[in-house]
Design a binder for this molecule. Structure first.
Ligand code: SAH
Length: 347
C-alpha cells in the first residue's frame, strides 16, 4: 500500500544505524520533514533531544536486535510506525535497465535499486523525467544525444567506479536493456577491473517493446518465427554488402535500432540484396513516450514515407507489420460495432 502524506514541518523519527538509515533520512528530509535520528535502541548516540511525540516513526531494518520494545511502546502510544528496508550496500554498482521510457515498464528490481541508490548516473533514453520521485539519490545526467557525446564513455566508467570506491551505492540507469546496444558489458568490465562489485538488472528492451507499442509482434505463428536485432549505426554501409545479403536472406523479422540516420542506405542495400520492395516496413518513433508515432510503408517507399522521422525510433522490416495492420483494422471495426450497438441501445 502506498499513502501520500504531507510531511512538511512534521517531526519524523528515523530509527536504525546511520549506514542503514542514510536513504530514509534523505527521503524524509526531501519531503520537508524535521528528521530526528536514533541510531541505537538505547539512544546512546542520539543527536540531541528527541520529540516527545513524533508524527511518524520510520523504523529502518538495520538487522540489529533490540528495536522491538521501543517500537512497541510507540505503537501503544498511538504513534504510527512505518517499516523501512535498510539502504542498499555501499561501494557497489548496479546497472539498471530502465525500459523504453515509461515508468510503467520499469521492473520492481529497477525501482528497488533506484530507491536504495546514493547516486544515479542516467542516460537520455532512460525514464529520467520522473527520477526524482523514485529516489533521493544524487542524479547525474551523463546522457548522450546522437552525435553529441555529453560525457565520453570512458569518463562515465571512471565516474561510476570512483563513486563506488568512495563508498556509494551507485546505479547506472540505462534505456531499455543494458546489454542491448547499451555498452553494459564494457561498464561491467570496468567495475570488475577496479575490483568493484557489480550486478545487472535487465530491462525491457526497445527492440521488442517499441514494435509492440505499435501493435507489431516480432514473431507471429506462420508469419515469422525469428527476429534479428541489428544496429543501424555503423555496420550497414554499402561495403557491408554481404552482411545485408545475409540479413535479407534470413527470412524473419528485422528490427533495427539507431537506424534513422542510415535508413536510406539500409533500405537501398536490402533491395540490392534481393529483398522484395513490397516488404512491409514500420518506423516507430518515441515508443511509450509522448508523441509516439508509427509510419508504415514498404521497403520500396520507406525513404519518402519516413523522411520526417526522428530519433529515437525502431525500424521493423517484415511481414509481421501486416499483422499489426490487420489487428488495427479489426480493433477499429470492433470499436465501430461497439459504437453502433451503443447508439442502438440509446435509440
Ligand atoms: N539498450 C537499449 C538500446 C540502446 S540504443 C534498449 O535495449 O532498448 C538506442 C536506440 O534504441 C535508439 O536509437 C532507438 O533505436 C531505440 N530506442 C530506445 N528507446 C526507444 C523508444 N522509446 N522509442 C523508440 N526507439 C527507442
Amino acid at each position: 500500500m502506498q499513502l501520500t502524506i504531507d510531511l512538511t514541518g512534521r517531526d519524523v523519527l528515523v530509527t536504525g544505524s546511520a549506514h542503514a538509515a542514510r536513504q530514509a533520512v534523505r527521503r524524509f528530509e526531501a519531503a520537508g520533514a524535521v528528521v530526528h535520528r536514533l541510531s541505537t535502541p538505547d539512544g546512546a548516540d542520539s543527536d540531541g533531544p528527541l520529540p516527545e511525540r513524533p508524527f511518524l516513526v520510520a523504523a529502518v531494518d538495520d538487522g540489529r536486535p533490540g528495536w522491538e520494545p521501543l517500537l512497541a511502546r510507540c505503537r501503544e502510544a498511538g504513534i504510527p510506525v512505518a517499516s523501512e528496508p535498510a539502504a542498499g550496500p555501499s561501494g557497489q554498482v548496479t546497472l539498471v535497465g530502465g525500459g523504453p521510457g515509461s515508468l510503467e515498464l520499469l521492473t520492481i528490481g529497477a525501482l528497488n535499486a533506484l530507491r536504495d541508490a546514493d547516486v544515479v548516473f542516467y542516460d537520455r533514453l532512460a525514464p529520467c523525467a520522473e527520477l526524482a520521485q523514485l529516489t533521493s539519490a544524487e542524479l547525474v545526467d551523463v546522457g548522450k544525444r546522437p552525435g553529441h557525446h555529453r560525457v565520453p564513455q570512458g569518463d562515465i566508467e571512471k565516474l561510476m567506479v570512483a563513486a563506488a570506491l568512495d563508498g556509494k551505492n551507485v546505479v547506472r540507469l540505462k534505456g531499455g536493456d543494458p546489454y542491448v546496444f547499451g555498452r553494459g558489458g564494457e561498464e561491467v568490465s570496468a567495475c570488475v577491473r577496479a575490483g568493484v562489485p557489480v550486478r545487472v538488472i535487465p530491462g525491457v528492451t526497445s527492440a521488442i517493446s517499441v514494435p509492440a507499442a505499435a501493435g507489431i509482434p516480432v514473431t507471429h505463428r506462420e508469419v515469422s518465427h525469428m527476429f534479428t536485432v541489428v544496429s543501424g549505426h555503423a555496420p550497414l554501409t554499402a561495403k557491408e554488402h554481404s552482411h545485408l545479403a545475409g540479413l535479407a536472406g534470413l527470412g524473419g523479422t528485422i528490427v533495427v535500432l539507431m537506424g534513422i540516420g542510415t535508413l536510406p542506405q539500409l533500405a537501398a542495400g536490402l533491395r540490392r540484396a534481393g529483398m522484395d520492395p513490397a516488404m512491409p516496413m514500420a518506423v516507430v518513433e518515441r515508443g511509450f513516450r509522448p508523441g509516439q508515432r508509427t509510419t508504415i510503408a514498404e521497403l520500396g517507399t520507406i525513404e519518402t514515407a519516413a523522411a520526417g522521422c526522428t530519433n529515437p525510433a525502431v525500424l521493423v522490416i517484415g511481414e509481421v507489420v501486416r499483422v499489426a495492420e490487420a489487428n488495427r483494422c479489426h480493433t477499429e471495426a470492433t470499436a465501430d460495432l461497439d459504437r453502433l450497438a451503443a447508439s442502438l441501445v440509446e435509440a
